[in-house]
Write a protein of this length. Structure first.
Length: 288
């Protein structure tokens, strides 16, 4: 048992959290490079929170150019125990209209250009991603979004595409056929890296549009996405505050906290010393 320290990854349109008390922007450097921005730390309802604007304040960083490893490492490095991601998404289902919040429980990774693991040659590890979302966090997030005034759907599959372009109509129909419910550009490899860092993770997708699969729908335009995104941002900020109010005083352990115990396969004598050093925050618990 222990204390909560929740990291919040803010997506498009969410560049701060109003509810943070004693807020302070902190510069965190990592062996993987610099994260997207400074990290805003503080408390909400007595609970410790850290906020990282995923694209940087003012949105200067494209989804494909985000340093996902640095972002997750930085949040782990400052002591976060759990991560909540807030992300703009497109809808692939009629019953998920713009403005709806979807607390996803599965991912399909259709990205192509991104470093998706902290591990590699010299230190090999295989974490399970069968259930990529922490059900405890997802439950709190769904309840918090509802209390914040959102229409919420619990459960759904998020397909991550490379971007930065929106997809073609053929691609939209294809991923619908795969069983995806929402589409976005940042959920992967973020969720994979969170698992490798032993950080329970949940993602709240804020629907901005219907992508382009509807035959009677105009194609996605960024101005319409931005309009809905800004409307969602206020609810997202309230969701973070409500999330803090829902957390129990004591954090019970999660199985994800120790998932590296059964993931690392490289023998100690065969491990690359340089990679071991880079993993001091992510995997130091099992590599010391």
């Amino acid at each position: 048992m222990g204390e909560w320290f929740v990291g919040v990854l803010g997506g498009s349109g969410l560049y701060g959290v109003d509810a943070l008390e004693n807020a302070e922007w902190r510069t965190i450097e990592t062996p993987w490079g610099s994260p997207s921005d400074q990290i805003l730390t503080g408390t909400i309802e007595g609970m410790r929170f850290a906020f990282l604007p995923r694209h940087g304040r003012g949105h200067p960083i494209s989804p494909s150019e985000l340093n996902y490893r640095a972002n997750i490492d930085a949040l782990k490095r400052i002591g976060c125990t759990d991560l909540i991601a807030l992300s703009a998404v497109g809808s692939l289902r009629e019953e998920l209209p713009p403005g709806r919040f979807v607390v996803v429980d599965q991912f399909i990774d259709n990205t192509k250009l991104r470093a998706s693991s902290f591990f590699g040659s010299g230190l090999v590890a295989h974490v399970s991603m069968a259930d990529p979302v922490c059900p405890r966090l997802a439950g709190f997030a769904a309840a918090a979004a509802t209390r914040a005034g959102a229409q919420v759907t619990e459960g759904g599959t998020y397909v991550a595409i490379e971007g930065p372009q929106f997809g073609t109509r053929a691609e939209s129909h294809m991923v619908r056929g795969w069983g995806a419910d929402v589409i976005g550009m940042t959920g992967m490899p973020e969720a994979k890296l969170a698992r490798e860092a032993e950080l329970p993770y949940a993602l709240v997708g804020m629907v901005t549009d219907y992508d382009c699969w509807r035959s009677d729908e105009a194609h996605v335009e960024v101005d319409e996405v931005l309009r809905v995104m800004h409307a969602n941002a206020g609810i997202a900020r309230r969701t973070v505050a409500e999330f803090a109010r829902l957390l129990p005083p004591t954090r019970e352990p999660s199985l994800i906290d120790t998932c590296l115990d059964v993931a690392i396969v490289t023998a100690p004598e065969a491990r690359d010393a340089g990679l071991v050093k880079k993993l001091d925050a992510v995997a130091g618990r099992v590599l010391r």
